[in-house]
Ligand binder design. Sequence first.
Ligand code: DGL
Length: 270
Amino acid sequence: MQQAIAVLDSGVGGLTVVKEVMRQLPREKILYFGDTARTPYGSRSAEQVIQFTREIVDYLAQYDPKMIVIACNTATAVALDDIIGRVDIPVVGVINPGARAALGKTKTNVVGVIGTEGTIRSGAYVQALRRLSPHIQVITKACPRFVPLVEDGNFRSSLTKEVVFDSLQSFRGSPIDSLILGCTHYPFLAETISEAMGPGVKLISSADETAREISTILQGNGQLGGNDEIPVHQFFCSGDPRKFQEIAQTWLGEQIRLTPVIWQAPHIGA
Ligand code: DGL
């Protein structure tokens, strides 16, 4: 049996990373967990996000994955080190890949970052960017209204446009030439975000660079899925399965095998 790459997020956002992994590594089996019953993570405390991330990793561990991908910036910001210390397989987050991708694109050295309240508050992007490029200028903004729109499948409505334009208003006239989508849900809104920012600002998603990092690690460990078996991916979600399935199938362009997961009551909405 092929060992899978386990990918987790608070909801459907990590599917933006999954899509890129499937494109770059079509032979890899994906095990995905979207914690849709407890989304959004962005407004929760760091302790709670760490706890939820541990629970999901423990759940996925029963399938013996070869790697964990924390495809959630909020969880990467606060729980990456904790999870690395708890498991003995490689763990990949999305913040360093996102920072690297932005530094490869900016010409002005002034970069914008949008993310959840938790991610922006953590300062994780500013640290990651400065570690790689000490003189980079970073302008950050939390956009807490974006994730609920995405979880509702509301990608291009007039409400979405209003919320996106309103949330990004403070960037108007700012000298950024690249904007990091520092939440894996945001690529679902890329068209509208791009419209709001104008043609002079490149949108940076961490998906592409994260998939490359996954590939490098697996290759280094001699663990790339090399057989001709067509992988059967498996998706789990803790909330409304119909909504998740609809969004996943539209985004990935294929039917998915979904298993709804019933969490213990005390965890839900805690
Ligand atoms: N997709 C997530 C992220 O990248 C989490 C969003 C949320 O649940 O608030 O931050």
